[in-house]
Design a protein around this ligand. Structure first.
Ligand code: GTP
Ligand code: SPV
Ligand code: MN
Length: 610
């Protein structure tokens, strides 16, 4: 960490660790606007981590956890109002409103810049502004996607160190003139002289704003994950989706998994599920079928580009996992538990035991007493949740015991199958293969899911979430869907991944899950591989190729066979009832809806006789 003097701010010094003129000019400009007490370049070193975490503990933002069980790990309890992404405050400020599309909030860029400049004016007073150079994806890439986040939050700097490749090594790659995404963040809580800080500074007014044409991000008022760690959703999905559209690749809300058959054949699978719908869990799956193994490459974001051989290669732009804590335990996800147990983890809004360990709903060994995520006493009969439903662990990928050795390879891995999926208690079968790429794009385009706690909104209500990207599109959804269709048109279909739609969340009449999920999902993955190999039985249904229970390897499965049948059922009346909802969604997409998607919809209606 270099305490730097920015010319024009503190005088004449030139002790900055970079000669990148554009970067320095921007740092100076933002410092003049936001007026921090000091400007510090983050170098990503262990010493810096020590200083930051010590400072965060002193400020009451971090609580140091039990060093015997969770070395070098910390708990942050956020302001109760700042616990999730704020989609209603998220804007795509493209030059033209029509380029943001119907799914995004939009404001004219100049108007937004004026408005937010007003909010930024003096907003870092009493604080330090950190300059955090970061790289999304392996450092050795030919075309590294670089960024610099300016932030007044130590929590953000510490979390960015876990989630991205950051610090001096990235400043080196930036050199004197490499382009980078400008990502400005402030918690929006200036301190007057003598004013005491609060443990989690934030502002009631929040804006998470993207300028896709100039590749800039402006975030104000929130310290929470997706709103504040700007390399993640803001850059690697919203800005990157716009880059990918321009440059002919795909930036997607997908996990990347390596599946190894008993014959040692390797298959790479990417899967898009909406927030809190099972990506991390599938990325870390322990197959229950003997002989099958799985390794992890990514749990949230995949960047996919065509290789010279015509196949789609995926790279995970991230460096850590920002996973949902509740529901994670030694039986559902031992890999995540081991990754966390290696230490170096920042927890946000989980509960703490009396001896400084963490706890959340569904974790083993419920204690008799806890400090809940709000800092209050909690006992099992309190009648409320101890951890926030969107509480998270932020932990280095390198600690993951199932990490695939090729995880840091800039070339990426060739994808054989793409799974789409959501959380639906009815209608949608356990697994369903598309007839072809365009039909698969239609499946993705009309994906639906019950809303979760990962964003503000009505938990449980069904919404359409195209390719799990609804909250993460940096441009018009119709153009995005056209981009998916074009990717298929411009490629050799034989080399493209096969597309499937899964639903782990279908329920019986008493609300129990029909399918046990988690490691048992390997039975579905095995069928997916069999289909890729041109084997594996299936019935042709109006919605796609669906296996019967006989087509799945269910040996040793501890589940009621009727439940499995019900989980696979394609009920024509249920799908007929789905049609008006799809119709409404496609109308909402508007004039830019690709004809290919419309054609698939008409074909589906024909097959359903509606
Ligand atoms: P984000 O990080 O928000 O993008 O979420 P994610 O898609 O990575 O979801 P995650 O794997 O963290 O799972 C979210 C919730 O779904 C957790 O509570 C899990 O326990 C639960 N879950 C995951 N997989 C399954 C499954 O196969 N079956 C059931 N019933 N629940 C699951
Ligand atoms: C999600 O909501 O999809 C997440 C968490 O992965 S956040 O980083 O907040 O977006
Ligand atoms: Mn996510």
């Amino acid at each position: 960490m270099t305490a730097a003097t920015i010319p024009g701010l503190n005088g004449t010094g030139d002790t900055v660790p970079t000669k990148h003129a554009e970067l320095l000019a921007w740092v100076r400009e933002v410092a003049e606007l936001t007026q921090p007490d000091r400007v510090v370049f983050a170098d990503g070193s262990d010493d810096e981590w020590e200083r930051l975490t010590t400072q965060l503990v002193a400020a009451g933002t971090f609580i140091r956890l039990n060093d015997n069980n969770l070395p070098n790990s910390f708990l942050a309890q956020s302001d109760p109002s700042d616990v999730a992404r704020v989609e209603s405050r998220t804007f795509i400020c493209s030059d033209r409103e029509e380029d943001a599309g119907p799914t995004n909030n939009w404001m004219a860029p100049d108007e937004m810049r004026d408005l937010m400049s007003g909010l930024y004016r003096g907003c870092m007073r009493g604080r330090t502004m950190y300059v955090v150079p970061f790289c999304m994806g392996p450092l050795g890439s030919d075309d590294p996607k670089l960024g610099v986040e300016l932030t007044d939050s130590e929590y953000v700097v510490a979390s960015m160190r876990v989630m991205t490749r950051m610090g001096s090594k990235v400043l080196e790659i930036l050199g004197e003139d490499r382009p980078f995404v400008k990502a400005l963040h402030s918690v929006g809580a200036p301190l007057e002289p003598g004013q005491d800080d609060v443990p989690w500074p934030c502002n009631d007014t929040k804006y998470i704003t993207h300028f896709p044409e100039s590749r800039e991000i402006w975030s104000f008022g929130s310290g929470y994950g997706g709103n504040a760690l700007l390399g993640k959703k803001c850059y690697a999905l919203r800005i990157a989706s716009a880059m990918a559209h321009d440059e002919g690749w795909l930036a997607e809300h997908m996990l990347i998994l390596k599946l190894i058959s008993p014959e040692d054949k390797v298959y790479y699978i990417a899967a898009a599920f909406p927030s809190a719908c099972g990506k991390t869990n599938l990325a870390m799956i322990h197959p229950t079928i003997p002989g099958w193994r799985a390794e992890t490459l990514g749990d949230d974001i995949a960047w996919m580009r065509f290789g010279e051989d015509g196949r789609l290669y995926a790279v995970n732009p991230e460096f850590g996992f920002f996973g949902v804590a509740p529901g994670t335990n030694w039986s559902s996800n031992p890999t995540a538990m081991k990754t966390i147990a290696a230490g170096n983890t920042v927890f946000t809004n989980v509960a703490m035991t009396d001896n400084g360990d963490v706890w959340w709903e569904d974790l083993e060994n419920m204690p008799d007493h806890l400090t809940d995520w709000l800092g209050d006493d909690w006992t099992p009969d309190s009648g409320r949740k101890a951890a926030h439903p969107n509480s998270r662990y932020c932990t280095p990928m390198s600690q993951c015991p199932t990490l695939a050795p090729e995880w840091d390879d800039p070339k990426g891995v060739p994808i054989s199958a793409i799974l789409f999926g959501g959380r639906r208690k009815n209608t949608v079968p356990l697994v369903n293969q598309s007839f072809n790429w365009q039909h698969g794009a239609f499946m993705g385009a009309t994906m639906s899911s019950e809303q979760t706690a990962a964003a503000e909104g009505q938990v449980g209500s069904v919404r359409r979430d195209p390719m799990a990207m609804l909250p993460f599109l940096g441009y018009h959804v119709g153009d995005y869907l056209q981009h998916w269709i074009d990717v298929g048109k411009n490629a050799d279909e034989d080399k493209l991944p096969k597309i499937f739609y899964v639903n782990w969340f279908r329920r019986g009449e008493d609300k129990r899950f029909l399918w046990p999920g988690f490691g048992e999902n390997s039975r579905v993955l095995k069928w997916v591989v069999e289909r890729i190999e041109g084997k594996g039985g299936a019935q042709e249904t109006p919605i796609g190729y669906v296996p019967t229970a006989q087509d799945l390897d269910l040996e040793g499965l501890d589940a009621n066979r009727n439940d499995v049948d019900e989980s696979l059922a394609v009920n024509v009346e249920d799908w007929q009832a789905e049609i008006p909802m799809i119709d409404e969604w496609l109308d909402f997409v508007g004039d830019k809806l690709p004809s290919g998607i419309r054609d698939e919809f008409e074909a589906l209606k024909d097959r359903l006789n509606t």
